[in-house]
Ligand binder design. Structure first.
Ligand code: MCA
Ligand code: AMP
Length: 500
C-alpha cells in the first residue's frame, strides 16, 4: 500500500546492509535491520489494538528502538507523539489526555508512576528501555514483515506539543507531506548524500533532532553517529569520523571552550548547522577563526519545520538566518497595521509552504489565530530583511525564553507561582546565560508574610521539567506596568541584568 512518508524514508532501505546507526559501543545497525525492527514495532502496536490515526505518546530515552518505534508508527498509519524525557508526571498527564493517546510508551522505571495517568486517559501503557520493556519484548517476538498501511500526503504523521504564550500547550499536527517536503528540501539545499556521516547529539523528541536530523539522513541514505546527548568528550572523540553536525548554539559555545576543538579535529567535516535559538555573531566569528568553518545558521519552528536558511555556497552571514528555503514564502508584517514592511524594517515573520502544519489538535480558535486562511502562519518572531534578501531575527513578539534550545513559556511558570502562598503575583523573564543563551528568572510580589522560597522552588520542581525552573527568584514590591496595565518585561529584564 502507498504510504507517503514510509515509502520515501524507510521502504527503500529494506534488506540493505549499509550502516545506518553507529552506536556508542562500537556496533552498527544496518538500514535493513532497522526497517525490520520498524515492522516489529508496527506489528506490536497493531496487536495492542492501535488503528490508523491513533496517537502513540512516547516518553523514552534516546535509543535506536525509539527511532524504530517512530518508523513503526509511520508504517502502521499511527501518529507519533514524542515527549521530552524531562517532563514531570503532571506535564505528561496533560499531553496524554489532550491527545487522547491510544498508547503511552514510557521508560520502564516510570511505569509505576504513570500507571494511574494512563488508566485515567484510557491509554494502554507499555515500556521501552535499552533491551528491556514490555513493548520491546512484544517487538522481539513479532514478525519482521508488516503490511504497510496506506497513508496519503495529507494524513497526519506526528503531533508535537508546543506551549503557548497564553494558556495550554497545543498539539501541532504535522502531515506526511509536511515532514517529507521539508526533509527533501534540506537534503538538496544542504547537499546531503549517502557519503555523509551525521554526528547526532540532539534529543529526538523535537523537530530539530528527530525530523531535521534523522529524516534528512534517512532520505539521503547516509549514516548517523548516534550519541546519547551532548557530551563534550564523546563529541570531540567522534568529530574526526563525521562530515556534518547539527546543533543548538550551546553545542558550539561548549566546543569553542575546549582547546582540542580546532582545524585538525574538524578536517573531515563539511558542514555545521545551527538553529533552535539565536547564534551570536561573535560565536560565528570565533568558530570560523578556530576551525575555518562558517556555521550555517537556519531558522525553524515546530509548526513549520525549517523555513529560512543561510546558503550552502553563498555567504553564510553571521547574525542572519539567510533566505527563505525553496518552496517557502515569507512575509514580514507590521504587528499593528498588518501591512508588509519595507526592506530593513522590523515586523512579524509569517510563513507559507508545504512545510506548514495542519493546525492545533482540537483547538480551532487557536489555529485560526495563528494560521491565516491564505495559508500563512504567524510565527511571533520579529525579523527584518535587508536589501539583498538576508533575514535577521531581531526578537520575539511572543513571551518566550529559549534555554539551551528548549522553549520556556513564562506564563506556564507564572501560573504556578501566582498560586503559591505569600505570592500576590509574579513575572518571569529571560536573562542572558553564558551556556544556555538565556535562562528564566522570576520576580515575586509578596503578600502577607511573603512566600517561603524553599517551598516555592519545591513546588516548581514537582510540577515542571528541570529546564523550566527559574535560576533565580527576586522579591519586588510591585511589577512595572505600562498605562494599559501590561507588565513591562523589558524593565524587569533590565533589572535582572543589574542584580546578577
Ligand atoms: C539540561 N538542563 C537544562 C537544559 N538542558 N537547563 C536549562 N536549559 C537546558 N536546555 C539541566 C539539566 O537537567 C541539569 O540539571 C543541568 O541543566 C545541567 O545539565 P547539563 O549536563 O549541563 O546539560 P546537558 O544535559 O548537557 O544539556 C544541555 C543541552 C541540552 C545539550 C544544551 O539542553 C540540549 O540538547 N538542548 C537541545 C534542545 C533541542 O534539541 N532543541 C530543539 C527544539 P541538574 O543539574 O539539576 O540535573 S526547537 C526546534 O526543534 C525548532 C523547530 C528548531 O528551530 O530547531
Ligand atoms: P519551537 O517552538 O520549539 O519550534 O521553537 C521555535 C522558536 O525557536 C522560533 O519561533 C524562534 O523563536 C526560535 N528559533 C529557531 N531557530 C532560530 C534561530 N536560528 N535564531 C533565532 N531564533 C530561532
Amino acid at each position: 500500500m502507498a504510504n507517503t512518508l514510509f515509502d520515501a524514508l524507510y521502504a527503500p532501505h529494506s534488506g540493505k546492509d549499509r550502516p545506518f546507526l553507529h552506536l556508542p559501543d562500537g556496533s552498527d545497525i544496518s538500514y535493513g535491520a532497522f526497517v525490520d525492527r520498524a515492522a516489529q514495532f508496527a506489528n506490536a502496536l497493531t496487536a495492542l489494538g492501535a488503528e490508523p490515526g491513533d496517537r502513540v505518546a512516547v516518553q523514552v530515552a534516546k535509543l535506536p528502538d525509539t527511532l524504530a518505534l517512530f518508523a513503526g508508527c509511520t508504517q502502521a498509519g499511527l501518529i507519533f507523539l514524542p515527549l521530552n524525557t524531562g517532563y514531570t508526571a503532571e506535564e505528561l498527564a496533560y499531553f496524554v489526555t489532550d491527545s487522547q493517546a491510544r498508547i503511552l510508551v514510557c521508560a520502564p522505571e516510570k511505569e509505576d508512576a504513570l500507571a494511574d495517568i494512563a488508566r485515567a486517559a484510557g491509554a494502554e501503557l507499555r515500556t521501552l528501555g535499552a533491551g528491556t520493556g514490555s513493548l520491546v519484548d512484544a517487538a522481539d517476538a513479532a514478525p519482521t514483515r508488516f503490511e504497510t498501511v496506506a497513508r496519503g500526503p495529507d494524513d497526519l504523521a506526528a503531533f508535537l506539543y508546543t506551549s503557548g504564550t497564553t494558556g495550554r500547550s497545543k498539539g501541532a499536527m504535522l502531515s506526511h507531506r509536511n515532514l517529507l517536503s521539508n526533509a527533501s528540501t534540506l537534503v538538496d539545499h544542504w547537499r546531503f548524500d549517502e557519503n555523509d556521516v551525521l554526528l547526532h547529539a540532539l534529543p529526538i523528541f523535537h523537530t530539530h533532532g528527530l525530523f531535521v536530523g534523522m529524516n534528512v539522513m534517512l532520505l539521503a541514505g547516509g549514516s548517523v553517529i548516534f550519541q546519547q546527548g551532548f557530551d563534550l568528550e564523546q563529541v570531540v572523540g567522534a568529530l574526526p569520523d563525521a562530515t556534518v553536525m547539527m546543533g543548538v548554539p550551546t553545542f558550539y559555545t561548549r566546543l569553542l571552550s575546549d582547546d582540542r576543538f580546532d582545524r585538525d579535529l574538524t578536517r573531515n567535516m563539511r558542514l555545521f548547522v545551527s538553529g533552535s535559538a539565536p547564534l551570536l555573531a561573535e560565536t560565528h566569528r570565533a568558530f570560523e577563526e578556530r576551525t575555518g568553518h562558517r556555521i550555517l545558521e537556519r531558522y525553524g519552528m515546530t509548526e513549520t519545520n525549517m523555513n529560512i536558511s543561510n546558503p550552502y555556497d553563498g555567504e553564510r552571514r553571521a547574525g542572519s538566518v539567510g533566505f527563505p528555503l525553496p518552496g517557502v514564502e515569507i512575509e514580514i508584517r507590521d504587528p499593528e497595521t498588518g501591512e508588509a514592511v519595507a526592506p530593513g524594517e522590523v515586523g512579524i515573520i509569517e510563513v507559507r509552504g508545504k512545510n506548514v502544519f495542519q493546525g492545533y489538535w482540537n483547538m480551532p480558535e487557536k489555529t485560526a489565530e495563528e494560521l491565516r486562511e491564505n495559508g500563512f502562519f504567524i510565527t511571533g518572531d520579529l525579523g527584518q530583511r535587508d536589501a539583498e534578501g538576508y533575514v535577521t531575527i531581531v526578537g520575539r513578539a511572543k513571551d518566550l525564553v529559549i534555554s539551551g534550545g528548549y522553549n520556556v513559556y513564562p506564563k506556564e511558570i507564572e501560573d504556578i507561582l501566582d498560586d503559591q502562598p505569600g505570592v500576590l503575583e509574579s513575572a518571569v523573564v529571560g536573562v542572558p546565560h553564558p551556556d544556555f543563551g538565556e535562562t528564566p528568572v522570576a520576580f515575586l510580589v509578596p503578600e502577607g508574610d511573603g512566600p517561603d522560597l524553599e517551598n516555592v522552588r519545591a513546588e516548581v520542581a514537582r510540577r515542571l521539567a528541570r529546564y523550566k525552573h527559574p535560576q533565580g527568584y527576586e522579591l519586588i514590591e510591585e511589577l512595572p506596568r505600562n498605562t494599559m496595565g501590561k507588565v513591562q518585561k523589558a524593565a524587569l529584564r533590565e533589572r535582572a541584568a543589574h542584580t546578577e
